[in-house]
Design a binder for this molecule. Structure first.
Ligand code: LLP
Length: 410
C-alpha cells in the first residue's frame, strides 16, 4: 500500500478508483505481498527437503490458489470442497494433504478416490481407515499438548481441544497401524493460529519429533501452520530469519537421529495472505450518539467477522483522507446487531460520508468466513499488481443469493 496525495493506493491503483470500477464493498489483494511472503518463508527455512502447504481455508479464492500453485506450493485441505477447489486450481493429488476433523466415511472415501493422502486425527477414524483400506499410506495428526498464548478459539493443542490423537495414545496408534499393515508416512501437529512467540512452536516441534521417532516408516513430519502477523501497533512479527534457522537446525538434528532425511512440512495460512488483503467499504452514514461518532459503512461482520468473533484489531485507514486531522470514531457495518463493529474508539483521519474505509490485514479469514447473514450478498474480490486490477471473484447478485433460498424472479 502507498499514500499518494492523501489517498490510499493498492497495487498502484487508488482505493477510490477500485470502488468506482468494482463497487463497494470490495476485497482487494495485493499480489506482490503474497509472493513476497511466500518467498521470505521459503527462503528462511534453510533445511533443503521442505514443503510449504498453503492452508487454503484461510482464503480459498481461486486466483490466489493458482498464484501459489505457480510457486510449487502444496495445499492443506480440510474438506472435500477444498480438495476439489485445489485440484481445479491445478494442484495435483500428491500436493494435497487432507486434514479432516470429525471426518465422515463419505469424506474418507472421497479423499481415497481422489488419491489424496489423509491426515487422521482420531483413533476411531484410523481404525475405520485401516479396516477399509489396509496396506495404504496414511498420516496421523497428534496433539503434542503444547498450549500457545493465542485466542482461545484457535488453540488446537492441549487438554481442552478436540484436535489430534493425544500424545499418550501412540501405542494404540501402533497397534492399529500393525493390525492393518498401514504405511504410516507422516506425523502432523498444529498447535494454534496467530503465534507470535516462536518458542511454543519450537517446543511443539520437539514433542512431535519425539512421537515421530516411534515410527520407522516416515517420509515427512508436518508442523502445521500458525505463524502470526502483527495486527496491533504494539505487536511484533516473528524474526523469520532466526525462526527459520532454529526450525532447520532442529529438524536436521532430528533427521540424523532418525537416520533418514525426511521432508519438513509447514502449513501457513495467515502468514501468506493476511497482510495482502483489504476490505474496502464506503461510509454512507455519519451519526452522533452523544459525543460518540459512528461511521456507518455498507459492509459488516457478514463480510469480516474477526473483530466481532475474536475481538480482533485490524489496522484501518480512511482511504479518502489518509493524512487528515485525527479524530476518534466507531466504525461499524449495516448488520442488525450492536456487535457489528469493525473498530471502537479508533483514532483515524476525519471520516465523512462517501469516504472509503480500508480495513487492512483482511486477506486471512476475511472473505473465507463471510456469510449471507441479513440476506446481504458477498462482495467482489480483486487482485491488484503494478497498476492493474483483475476481478478474482465476481460480486454475488441479490438474485443469485435469493435463488439459493428458492426465490425465482421469472
Ligand atoms: N493447519 C491446520 C491443520 C489448521 O487448522 C490451520 C488453521 C492452519 C494450518 C493454518 O493456520 P494459520 O497459519 O493461518 O494460523 N479463523 C481464525 C483462524 C482459524 C485457524 C484455523 N486453522 C482467525 O480468523 O483468526
Amino acid at each position: 500500500m502507498q499514500t499518494i496525495q492523501n489517498k490510499l493506493y493498492l497495487g498502484g491503483i487508488s482505493a477510490e478508483k477500485l470502488i468506482e470500477d468494482y463497487g463497494s464493498p470490495l476485497y482487494v489483494y495485493e499480489e506482490e505481498t503474497i509472493l513476497d511472503k511466500f518467498q521470505t518463508l521459503h527462503d528462511c527455512i534453510t533445511y533443503p527437503h521442505k514443503r510449504i502447504l498453503y492452508a487454503i481455508k484461510t482464503n480459498p479464492n481461486l486466483a490466489i490458489a493458482k498464484l501459489l500453485q505457480s510457486k510449487k506450493c502444496g495445499i492443506d485441505a480440510v474438506s472435500p470442497g477444498e480438495i476439489l477447489l485445489a485440484l481445479h486450481a491445478g494442484f495435483s493429488a500428491e500436493d494435497i494433504l487432507f486434514t479432516g476433523n470429525n471426518m465422515t466415511d463419505a469424506e474418507m472415501d472421497f479423499a481415497v478416490k481422489e488419491k489424496v493422502l489423509l491426515n487422521i486425527d482420531s483413533l476411531s477414524r484410523l481404525e475405520k481407515f485401516g479396516k477399509k483400506y489396509p496396506n495404504k499410506s496414511v498420516c496421523i495428526r497428534v496433539n503434542p499438548n503444547i498450549v500457545t498464548q493465542v485466542h482461545q478459539h484457535v488453540i488446537t493443542a492441549g487438554p481442552k481441544t478436540k484436535f489430534g490423537i493425544n500424545h499418550d495414545q501412540i501405542e494404540e496408534v501402533k497397534k492399529i497401524v500393525d493390525q492393518y499393515n498401514l504405511n504410516l508416512i507422516g506425523v502432523h501437529s498444529h498447535i494454534g493460529s496467530g503465534i507470535l512467540d516462536p518458542e511454543k512452536f519450537l517446543l511443539a516441534m520437539e514433542v512431535t519429533c519425539e512421537i515421530a521417532k516411534k515410527f520407522d516408516s516416515l517420509e515427512f513430519v508436518d508442523f502445521g501452520g500458525g505463524i502470526g502477523i502483527a495486527y496491533k501497533p504494539e505487536e511484533k512479527n516473528i524474526d523469520l530469519a532466526e525462526f527459520g534457522q532454529k526450525v532447520s537446525q532442529y529438524f536436521e538434528k532430528f533427521c540424523q537421529q532418525y537416520g533418514k532425511k525426511l521432508t519438513l512440512i509447514i502449513e501457513p495460512g495467515r502468514f501468506l495472505v493476511g497482510e495482502s488483503g483489504y476490505l474496502l467499504t464506503k461510509v454512507n452514514t455519519i451519526k452522533y450518539n452523544g459525543a460518540r461518532k459512528f461511521a456507518g459503512t455498507d459492509s459488516g461482520f457478514n463480510h469480516l467477522i474477526r473483530p466481532t468473533m475474536y475481538g480482533s484489531y485490524h489496522p484501518t485507514y480512511n482511504a479518502s483522507n489518509m493524512q487528515g486531522e485525527i479524530e476518534k470514531v466507531d466504525i461499524c457495518g449495516n448488520i442488525c446487531e450492536s456487535g457489528d463493529l469493525f473498530a471502537r474508539d479508533r483514532e483515524i483521519p476525519k471520516i465523512k460520508e462517501d469516504d472509503i474505509v480500508a480495513i487492512s490485514h483482511s486477506g486471512a479469514y476475511g472473505f473465507a468466513m463471510a456469510s449471507n447473514y441479513n440476506l446481504r450478498p458477498f462482495p467482489a474480490e480483486v487482485i491488484v499488481q503494478g497498476g492493474k486490477a483483475k476481478l478474482a471473484r465476481k460480486r454475488q447478485s441479490i438474485n443469485d443469493l435469493l435463488a439459493s433460498y428458492g426465490v425465482r424472479f421469472d
